[in-house]
Design a binder for this molecule. Sequence first.
Ligand SMILES: Nc1ncnc2c1ncn2[C@@H]1O[C@H](COP(=O)(O)OP(=O)(O)OP(=O)(O)O)[C@@H](O)[C@H]1O
Ligand SMILES: [Mg+2]
Length: 258
Amino acid sequence: MISVLSLKGGVGKTSVTLGLAGAAQSRGLRTLVVDLDPQANATVVLDPAKIEFTANDVLADGRAGILSQAVVASGWGDGIGLVASERALEHRAVPEGEGNVRLRITMQGIQGYDLVLLDTPPALGELTRNALSASDLALVVTEPSLFALQGAQQALESIEVVRSYNLRLQVAGIVVNRVRPTSSEHRYRMAELALAYGDLLLQPPLPDRAVVQQAAGACTPIQHWRSPSGREVARILDSYLDRLLSVALDSGPLRSVH
Ligand SMILES: Nc1ncnc2c1ncn2[C@@H]1O[C@H](COP(=O)(O)OP(=O)(O)OP(=O)(O)O)[C@@H](O)[C@H]1O
Ligand SMILES: [Mg+2]
């Protein structure tokens, strides 16, 4: 179970989440995407035929294991399930004074997936803390900007807080997204991030490529885009998936989800 998070909006959390789901699908891994962002961007791109219950209903209910009843088939074909989001999830962001384990309880006993990806809203509030509390791995996404270092640092601090009560949680790394190697500003920020985070930075960074937007706009996995830039991005996402799976395996036997 992997949370994808960042403090800042629009840095590519949803694109990375969906890119990893597509990479997993190409390998035949069974994947569940849980959309915890009230903006519901991942839900729209995964294009399910019908939605009966959403993550909002799941969190409102709160019963152990109830999340599995909200899983629907995505429009991406075999092997990718979705727990959809909706605008009303925003109201769940109001603290209810019961800790951050509500989502985790609803996910108990979930079966049939090799990978669960949780897309989070652009804040480190209650929804993101619930995602982290339910996760084995946390993947931070950032951009090569002035605020990147500060944003990544705050995300790592939030992960650290959740680690005090979710002992399984590991930082899987930091994805730097939308990098333009020709930009001297980007090269400067990449060097700054590399100095601060070293091996935590996933290499290579994800380049800024129009195909990422085209794939989302067409509600298809980027892995279906056979252009050179589509293949380039798909290859990088595949290497990220390798890293996530190896961190998960290194941090002890994966809990059986089959
Ligand atoms: N590598 C990339 N190259 C080009 N465009 C990208 C790339 N990554 C993301 N984008 C585009 O940037 C925009 C924001 O990306 P995305 O929605 O994934 O960010 P987010 O962090 O999930 O945003 P939010 O915080 O609002 O949830 C989208 O239009 C997306 O298509
Ligand atoms: Mg998003």
